[in-house]
Design a binder for this molecule. Structure first.
Ligand SMILES: C[S@@+](CC[C@H](N)C(=O)[O-])C[C@H]1O[C@@H](n2cnc3c(N)ncnc32)[C@H](O)[C@@H]1O
Ligand code: SF4
Length: 417
């Protein structure tokens, strides 16, 4: 905890923590934001996995019908701030299991298109059990061009230790391949109990040979509020496995598109987090803009009630200081392993080296960062430290935030130090 606080103080140049308050959102004031993305949260699953921290409940048809109405209304409330149609980079559906509302996707996309022009396509997370010809056809008809399948592992034993039923998921990826999506991402978790280097390598190989264009390999994280019977393998072992993934991907000519994702060369990337700005709709969805970050309530009931009052369902808002916004930007850009110098200047109106002359110098001296004309990028060593830091912040910030939000519909205040 102390290390996360010190790093925050060091990089923001201030003792001021991240303070999220219960501040009613009148207007989001996002008309002039460039490179804006859209995110929709669908919080339903057929069964709840013990390891999963995301905001979700067991699927119920009547609740899903009410939720859809509220979601469309939230889009209208936010969209009507615009005076003309706005171009957005992409639209991602996450969850939960968004495919449980697959018959509603077309309506949701249609309402969004009243306000937004989606430039680079639509992505959706799928549970492997939902990969079927019927569903893939519906997705294609709704304009989806990127899918992400939550396989976690192809190994029977690893799956059973995290409470997932085994099936031949490689077959599902092959079915999806026939539909010619631009992106087929396969989510894999590493450092699962019982997972050896051989099992992990076989998982990665199976994913690519079955038709994945990208793999997302997340280190298993044990959230305080999850109910994991078996704990993740040690950090030392995680380090070894991360090296194994990297070596395999270098040997087979994959591109590292973020600390935890590897992609076939010259294919589009599935990435719902590495964006400068985005609008989020639905329970627990976050919205990131130049000056603020806001989170919707995690409670479906409270969300629907708020929307019925024609009010945005925001539970917490953070108004960034300039340096806090920079740190937030760098955090997600470095997740993508590099910072483009011109993009940074365009976003903040100042060069990165003018803000962090000493830190960049130090980063280069100790071998965490390299620089060329266009970018600062993380070295192999830098990527490993990022992997450690990301997990630390997940434990210190996300775990705390989500734990409170799961229990209190509209918390008064959350302070992240
Ligand atoms: C919203 S979830 C998955 C969507 C879909 N419902 C599914 O189960 O396939 C997104 C991804 O987060 C990853 N994930 C979930 N819990 C995790 C944990 N405790 N540690 C690491 N990764 C996790 C999984 O790889 C999962 O596929
Ligand atoms: S991993 Fe997927 S199916 Fe399991 S609870 Fe999380 S969102 Fe639902």
């Amino acid at each position: 905890m102390i290390s996360t606080s010190l790093l925050r103080i060091f990089l923001t140049g201030s003792f001021r923590p991240f303070v999220f308050g219960n501040i009613p959102t009148k207007s989001l004031d996002y008309q002039n934001e460039k490179q804006l993305g859209l995110y929709i949260h669908i919080p339903f699953c057929l069964s709840l996995c013990s390891f999963c921290p995301y905001c979700k409940v067991i699927y119920n048809k009547n609740t899903a019908i009410e939720y859809k109405e509220a979601l469309l209304r939230e889009i209208d409330l936010v969209g009507s701030e615009l005076t003309e149609k706005k171009e957005v980079t992409s639209l991602y559906f996450g969850g939960g299991t968004p495919s449980l509302m697959i018959d509603d996707l077309f309506d949701i996309v249609t309402v969004l298109q009243k306000y937004f022009r989606i430039k680079n396509g639509i992505g959706i997370e799928l549970h492997p059990n939902d990969v079927s010809d019927k569903n893939l056809t519906l997705l294609k008809n709704a304009g989806v061009n990127m899918i992400s399948i939550g396989v976690q592992s192809f190994d029977r034993n690893c799956l059973s230790l995290i409470g997932r039923a085994y099936d031949d998921f490689s077959k599902k990826i092959r079915i999806a391949e026939q539909y010619e999506f631009d992106v087929i991402d396969v989510d894999l978790i590493f450092a699962l109990p019982g997972q050896t280097e051989e099992i992990l390598l076989s998982d990665i190989e199976t994913a690519f040979s079955s038709g994945a264009t990208q793999i997302s390999t997340y280190p298993f994280i044990d959230f305080t509020f999850s109910n994991n019977k078996y704990k993740p393998l040690s950090e030392k072992y995680k380090k070894r496995l991360l090296e194994v993934i990297n070596r395999y991907c270098i040997a087979t000519d994959k591109e590292r598109t973020s600390v935890w994702t590897f992609t076939l060369k010259n294919t589009q990337q599935y990435s719902s987090v590495t964006r400068d700005n985005f609008l989020g709709f639905g329970v627990s969805a976050t919205t990131l803009l130049h000056k603020q970050f806001k989170i919707n309530t995690f409670s479906i009931k409270a969300y629907i009630e708020r929307i019925k009052m024609n009010r945005l369902p925001t539970s917490l808002t953070l108004h960034f200081s300039f340096r806090q916004r920079i740190v937030y930007y760098l955090f997600w850009r470095f997740y993508g392993t590099k910072i483009n110098k011109i993009q940074f200047r365009n976003f903040f109106g100042i060069d990165l080296y003018k803000i962090y002359p000493f830190e960049l110098f130090l980063g280069k001296i100790v071998g965490l960062i390299k620089e060329d004309e266009t970018n600062y990028f993380l070295t192999e060593k830098g990527i490993y430290y990022y992997h450690l830091i990301e997990q630390k912040y997940t434990n210190a910030y996300i775990d705390k935030m989500w734990n409170i939000s799961r229990n209190v519909d509209f918390p008064e205040k959350i302070v992240l130090r």
